[in-house]
Design a protein around this ligand. Structure first.
Ligand code: 5CA
Length: 163
């Protein structure tokens, strides 16, 4: 992993760092020289298991955006998750819907730092890893976290999301 902590963070990540600090999180946002746009790229840049990457995925449920924090090791089974969550059908958000719901762009969507708190599910698979990494508002910024911390930060529910 290479990172340069002497450079100021991008504005989207400053927002995330502020939300983390306000919540009393001690993990620091770091900006990497390599892309962390996808879970595979993030895992390679960080030298961790792809399953330890917490992807922040936005779905539309009814008319409402919702957040699914999913392990990078599998795809979300939307039908099974909707039923477990007691919601109607979950549709993948469009890039524009992602931006409106989070203020962030695909590839850098963070679990926090959004204009409003979104109904959230945290993948049970994430609880298998002692340390996770999540995006921090841009496709090159990440922060270290845990499933427990993600649940606390988002007020989310712990549910299986994979197939
Ligand atoms: N930075 C990494 C995690 S550290 C990251 O953001 N991973 S991610 O999986 O949450 O973001 C990439 C995801 O964006 C893809 O898995 C995919 O679910 C979503 N995505 C990519 N293109 C589109 C698109 N056109 N519309 C909606 N979602 C998309």
């Amino acid at each position: 992993m290479s990172s340069d902590q002497s450079m100021p963070l991008p504005a989207r990540s400053v927002e995330v760092a502020r939300a983390l600090a306000e919540a009393g999180v001690c993990g620091q946002v770091r900006e990497l020289s390599e892309s962390t746009r996808t879970a595979a790229e993030a895992a390679s840049a960080l030298g961790c298991d792809v399953g330890a990457i917490a992807n922040s995925l936005i779905f539309i449920s009814g008319d409402e955006p919702v957040l699914v924090l999913a392990s990078g090791r599998h795809k979300v089974d939307t039908a099974a998750l909707a039923s477990r969550w007691g919601r109607g059908w979950l549709r993948r958000a469009t890039p524009e819907q992602v931006r409106r719901a989070t203020g962030q762009a695909i590839g850098g969507v963070s679990p926090v730092g959004h204009p409003r708190t979104l109904p959230t599910v945290v993948d049970t698979a994430l609880a298998e890893y002692p340390q996770l990494w999540a995006a921090a508002g841009t496709p090159r910024t990440v922060f270290p976290t845990t499933a427990e911390e993600l649940l606390r930060l988002t007020g989310g529910l712990l549910l299986p999301v994979g197939p």
